[in-house]
Design a binder for this molecule. Sequence first.
Ligand code: ADP
Length: 467
Amino acid sequence: MISSEAAPFAKTGGLADVVGALPAALAGLGDEVAVVLPRYRSIDLKQTRRVWDYLPVHFGPAIYTAAIYQAPAEYPVYLVDCPALFDRAGLYGEGNSDYPDNHVRFAMLARAALGIARGIFRTEIFHCHDWQAGLLPAYLRSTFALDPTYVGCRTVFTIHNLGYQGLFSKTAMPEIGVDPALYRPDGLEFYGNLSYLKSGIAFADALTTVSPTYAREIQTPEFGCGMDGALRARSGALTGILNGVDYEEWNPETDTHLPANYSAGDLSGKAACKRALLEEMGLPSDAMERPLFGIVSRFTGQKGTDLVAGVAAQIAAEDGYLVALGSGEPAHEAAFLEMQRAHPGRIAVRIGFDNRLAHRIEAGSDAFLMPSLYEPCGLNQIYSLRYGTVPVVRATGGLDDTIEEGTGFKFGPYSRDALWGAVQAAMDAYGQRSAWQDRMRRGMKKDFSWNASAAAYSLLYRQLLER
Ligand code: ADP
């Protein structure tokens, strides 16, 4: 697996959760897996072992060198240590700007993975995640097409979020050592730019995305982010495999981040979690009797900030409460801070990335809001189910595939009124305590563990190798 993120090494979102958990599930099925990740500054090399001293990569006249470290894990995790490209404070950029050489950084990731496959981990399937690994299939189709090392190798490209396309100026082409002939509309070219995402779409043997509904949606202009034509052209190669979640990390019965544990059989600890969360967020204990909505999210246009802002006053007016944790685009962070300012004692917001608080919000809230504009799979609504925190979601992508009327509340149109309808239904339902608890328990019993997803990937690998 080639990825720019994997928990617990480097994480900004759901991609890290997936690449952090899928390999172990595949290993459990008997597949041999290794993960290739950049060694960012935040990854400590102390516990690791240096397994390769000198891996040179030529991009035209430029040469980059990496050392490869192996981290202790159930399966090999190879860290590509190229300080010139990865020894930086951020994963993709700092402040609000991307690093200007991201095209070289993630070309290097792909090339280092190919080097690892040549030198230390014989590979049959290159499973590439998101645009950061998107160039790898292009290298195999061009630079290494005749290289006996890779004969019979197959590639899988998984799209975790079509909104991130790895777009660069076409002037970057000579800096990444890809055959210029691949810069064409059915290749790397995307409206006059170079796209690493499109490279994956065009050249991988199989394409997957992280839910069946999103797999259908991205082939339409509404959700296709301009790539729908390219995806329709490869429709036969594209499937949706729903993400699993890691119930060792997200389980209210054992979660060490919580002030109290609980289960479907004994919900009493959840009240203690709510009480502690209210206190931590500075909300009054009156809220114990009223619905508390939770949000944990990257704060971006994708996640429906404008809709939340549109219903915040109504939630407060109807005696509801809201806690939100997130970070991201300044305008969206500001919108959340404004909700807090306008409704003190009703709405509490924390800007930042805080895994422990994310767990406490999942446990302490009564309901969880995810009014996403689009959602490839979404993990937080699945965690919410297990924590007995009733999801209120827009029926799109993986949200539609994982939430049913019996376990949550769904709305269709991306509008403030539609969200309000669902929130109001949840607030009304909250008043009927025993029916609410039945709904919680139904959600808590749902199983989205990795077994089923890993089996689907494993089958796909086998089908590709038989071709
Ligand atoms: P996405 O990948 O689009 O960000 P997902 O719901 O698939 O959305 O996954 C988000 C993951 O990142 C979850 O594990 C969630 O708990 C975590 N997360 C997002 N924002 C924060 C934050 N501010 N603090 C802690 N965890 C966060």
